[in-house]
Design a binder for this molecule. Structure first.
Ligand SMILES: [Zn+2]
Length: 151
């Protein structure tokens, strides 16, 4: 692997970490007039670019603001402005409650999840391609058995 490849890999945004879609996240997206998914993309995009969050599952369940303050001297409203484009007092308050979350982790308890046996499969007609899951894939938490879909 040459240097450019190494750099490209190092700066590639991590797809394993997202923000938990909890009450604070939803309230913040309503306040800023954006969809939760778009807002998460914007926040995480900036967090990866600035190096606040790296490809590391260990940060799941921790506050995003703590990861930011670990690396930089920045005020809460400054962090909110950088990540969301707003330094509104209420937005900052909600921003400071955002929790980092592993993609595919149970939204209830944070446990590890697996594809649910309840998924319906469509088998292929040629018997060569593996059967596909019909619609959205359902996941089940190995810890609390909560079932959920991943966007
Ligand atoms: Zn669970």
């Amino acid at each position: 692997m040459d240097l450019f490849e190494t750099l490209a890999k190092a700066t590639k945004p991590c797809k394993l970490i997202t923000i938990k879609k909890d009450k604070s996240m939803i309230e913040l997206s309503i306040l800023l007039g954006r969809s939760p998914d778009l807002l998460i993309d914007q926040i995480m995009g900036n967090a990866f670019k600035a190096g606040y969050v790296i490809d590391d599952m260990c940060v799941a369940g921790k506050l995003l603001i703590d990861q930011i303050k670990d690396g930089d001297l920045i005020t809460n409203s400054g962090a909110c402005l950088f990540h969301t484009g707003s330094y509104d007092k209420d937005a900052t308050k909600l921003f400071c409650k955002l929790i980092l979350w592993g993609i595919g982790d149970c939204p209830e308890c944070g446990g590890f999840s697996e594809s649910s046996p309840a998924n319906k499969f469509i088998s292929s007609s040629d018997n060569l391609t593996p059967p596909e899951i019909k619609g959205k894939e359902l996941f089940i938490c190995m810890n609390c058995e909560h079932e959920f879909y991943i966007d």
